[in-house]
Write a new protein. Sequence first.
Length: 197
Amino acid sequence: MAVMHCEQVWEQISDYIDGELDAGLRGTLDEHIQGCPRCTSVLQGTRNVLALYGDERLFKVPTGYSWRMRRRIASDTQAPRRVVIGWLVATAAVALATASVALADRLGNTKESSKSVMARLGHVPGNLEVVVTDHAKLFHIKECPFVRETDHPHTVTAAEAESQGYVPCVRCLGQYVGELAARLVNRKAFAGFLATR
């Protein structure tokens, strides 16, 4: 007969108690259990547990136990539902707030308001030739003293510069407006207009 180890006996102990083993394996288990005090204890303990749980008289259930058990189970299952409902309400609130912000942005967003403050300082004619550099997203008038050759300047129209995301340089814009005002003052029509004021 083959020699069995304790772990192999423990794997078969339930089938041994139920009498579901073939005669050869049962004989090997009998031989091992008789010579091994640990396996004898495991077998007796397993039989005791089965006897205790199999005896319906062992557990006398108090009156009202089933009602209390059902109430306890119901209260334990209600808490996760409350948590889920709380998360659903929070998610709905975040979605509503996000949709409100997006709607307000869409309704209030015009092409002019999407420009930066510097781009809205004054109107620069689209056909005016300006200088842009690789250094910054500013466009300058041709005579700007702050544009260096090391910035790789190149000339484009103001409309092209704005479409590429460039904004007017504040200094250059001030100089351009000053020159424009000086030209208007020199005109007779503008001089007459000033005299009437």
